[in-house]
Design a protein around this ligand. Structure first.
Ligand SMILES: [Zn+2]
Length: 135
């Protein structure tokens, strides 16, 4: 699937507030390969949608892909060629591990540091779960 088509799907899959749907839709990554780099142009939007620090999200993805990379003001740059499918999979993995509450399944969580641990705190049901610390 092309990036353009993925974007179209992402737009079509936007949650329908009026219908009262509770689904949590993470935008599909939008980007392109430039030389040996992969530029993810909507990275900041994705981080904002899932309410997480783009730096933290990128660190996770880079570690998963075993690739160097960096954030720019408008995008994330992975210093290797990566398919959008692979990046989307990693983002889903991140969301599952660091955003979705394992008890109630809602994304209304925050990450909090507590005694050197990172804790995922759910605002919907109040549960707390330690998560991996990504350095
Ligand atoms: Zn919960």
């Amino acid at each position: 699937m092309k990036y353009e088509e993925m974007l179209k799907n992402a737009i079509e899959n936007l949650p329908d507030q009026e219908a009262g749907k509770q689904r949590f839709d993470v935008p599909k990554v939008k980007g392109h390969i430039q030389g040996n780099r992969t530029i993810l142009s909507n990275f900041h939007i994705i981080a904002k949608t899932i309410n997480r620090d783009p730096e933290h999200l990128l660190k996770f993805i880079l570690r998963e892909l075993a690739s160097p990379g960096e954030l720019s003001e408008s995008a994330a740059i992975i210093k290797s060629k990566v398919s959008s499918e692979k990046v989307n999979n990693k983002i889903n993995k991140y969301v599952h591990e660091f955003v979705i509450c394992p008890d109630c399944g809602k994304p209304d969580t925050i990450l909090k540091k507590e005694k050197g641990l990172t804790i995922k705190v759910c605002h919907a049901c109040g549960s707390k779960h330690p998560v991996r610390t990504i350095k």
